[in-house]
Design a protein around this ligand. Sequence first.
Ligand SMILES: NC(=O)c1ccc[n+]([C@@H]2O[C@H](COP(=O)([O-])OP(=O)(O)OC[C@H]3O[C@@H](n4cnc5c(N)ncnc54)[C@H](O)[C@@H]3O)[C@@H](O)[C@H]2O)c1
Length: 343
Amino acid sequence: MEDGIKVCVVGSGRAGMVHAKNFRWRVPYAELAAIVDVDADRAREAAAELDLGDAYYADLEQALDIAEFDAVVITTPTFTHAELAVAAARAGKHVLCEKPMAITLAECDRMIEAADEAGVILQIAFMRRFDPPFVEAKRLIGDGAIGEPIVIRSVGRGPGLPPPWACDPSTSNGMLAEVNSHDFDSIRWLAGAEYAKVYAQAATRKAPQLKEQYPDFYDTAVVTLNLDNGSFAMLDGVCPVDYGYDARAEVVGTDGVLLIGELRESAITRVTREPGMVERNFLSWRDRFRQAYVDEATHFIACVREGKRPAVHGHDGRCAVEVVVAANESIRTGQPVELPLGV
Ligand SMILES: NC(=O)c1ccc[n+]([C@@H]2O[C@H](COP(=O)([O-])OP(=O)(O)OC[C@H]3O[C@@H](n4cnc5c(N)ncnc54)[C@H](O)[C@@H]3O)[C@@H](O)[C@H]2O)c1
């Protein structure tokens, strides 16, 4: 068998370990070659868990100097993405970058430019695009099964508070970026249209202690959107919602409606002497999108091997950052914001 594409995962935190385990054991034609984390203990522990020997490094630069690999998976905090992606691209490495792509549009532009100049792939990790129910819904919309989409509703609610950097709007762009980037990307994708206007409202209802620490923090948001094909969209985000991970969407079309995703994790319902029926719901994004993470990684490797443009490119990442920036501005000003933003 031909050699696999060698991958270096940068950041061995929550998302990093999901990707690292997939590239190590579940993605065809891929070989996990190295893991990087600025936290030396974390990097060493991750390498042990991944059975990677001493292929762990303190920063990307060190890994680029010592290890051999073809591609980098960036799973570090959002505010570090641009610098790492540009360095990887300039070193000729293909890049799979976690969402949100970056904090600012200028950073997104630098990342896209660096990848284009180096002729490497830049894929953004919007795994809903690989989730079987979302993929099937997109296909049905494309086939005209519900006519033209008129209204899209999207729900993105996270179970618990993310790491501290993600609670700080200055290093994450806030919850609409950290949790609801996925909704912004999937609405645009399902609608097959670009955002024209956004109006967002936010509140702090679940974790008021963080508002003291980060004055711009919010944990609850409701957003209404206009797309440039005349369709409407709305989303809500609450994090921490405590009851589990909840990612669902509904597309109302001129000829019908599609319901995408479930709260329920399994088809088993338990009924005993106790009153009530018991079902299991998804507790984490790791469970809800288990297969989608493998499929997005498999797609990335296929794009590297075949020199194809990925289905979710830097441009898509930039569009999601743009609408998040605009939504945050709307929250601040209380006014709707027109898109695209003048840069
Ligand atoms: N697609 C998804 O479902 C999903 C889920 C969770 C997180 N994410 C995204 O993944 C990214 C990471 O989030 P997380 O929750 O895993 O964060 P985390 O804090 O759990 O992990 C980040 C890791 O990166 C390390 N790190 C920080 N700066 C670094 C640098 N310059 N070089 C190397 N390592 C560095 C930290 O030490 C830490 O171990 C974010 O962009 C987040 O939005 C995506």
